[in-house]
Design a protein around this ligand. Structure first.
Ligand code: F3S
Length: 140
């Protein structure tokens, strides 16, 4: 069972901004600036702990990797501490050697199916947790 509308609102609230321009009334909205990005560490680990906490179901599932759909992500950041291999970053914090994953998340999110619940990970996922160079193993 997914979160209720009330739970979704509570999750998003810290990221709601309000502003006042000139004599116009206060304007409320969701900060549209950035998204979050899944990076190389996820490849062949795909633990999916991140999926379970996402309030807007923005994760997309590939054969051995997940991506975040930037059109759905609300930048709530609750997924970041859930990942056992620290694969998720706010877009502005993605390390230089992982910047290509920003475009990769955008590209793959267009064709991969949604995943909304924790799933069992591969039997050898823990063997890959500390492997740094895994880009060449990404399956599409
Ligand atoms: Fe991948 Fe970490 Fe989520 S390994 S599936 S980004 S919990």
């Amino acid at each position: 069972m997914g979160p209720t509308d009330s739970q979704r609102t509570q999750t998003a609230l810290p990221f709601v901004f309000k502003c006042k321009q000139g004599n116009s009334p206060w304007i409320f909205g969701i900060d549209p600036i950035m998204t979050h990005v899944v990076t190389e560490s996820c490849i062949k680990c795909r633990y999916t702990d991140c999926v379970d906490v996402c309030p807007v179901d923005c994760f997309r599932k590939g054969p051995n990797f997940l991506v975040i759909d930037p059109d759905e992500c609300i930048d709530c950041a609750v997924c970041i501490p859930e990942c056992p291999v620290n694969a998720i970053y706010a877009e502005e914090d993605v390390p230089d050697d992982q910047r290509e994953f920003i475009a990769l998340n955008v590209e793959l999110a267009k064709s991969w199916p949604s995943i909304t619940r924790l799933e069992p990970h591969a039997a050898d996922a823990d063997d890959w947790a500390n492997v740094k160079e895994k880009k060449h193993l990404l399956e599409r």
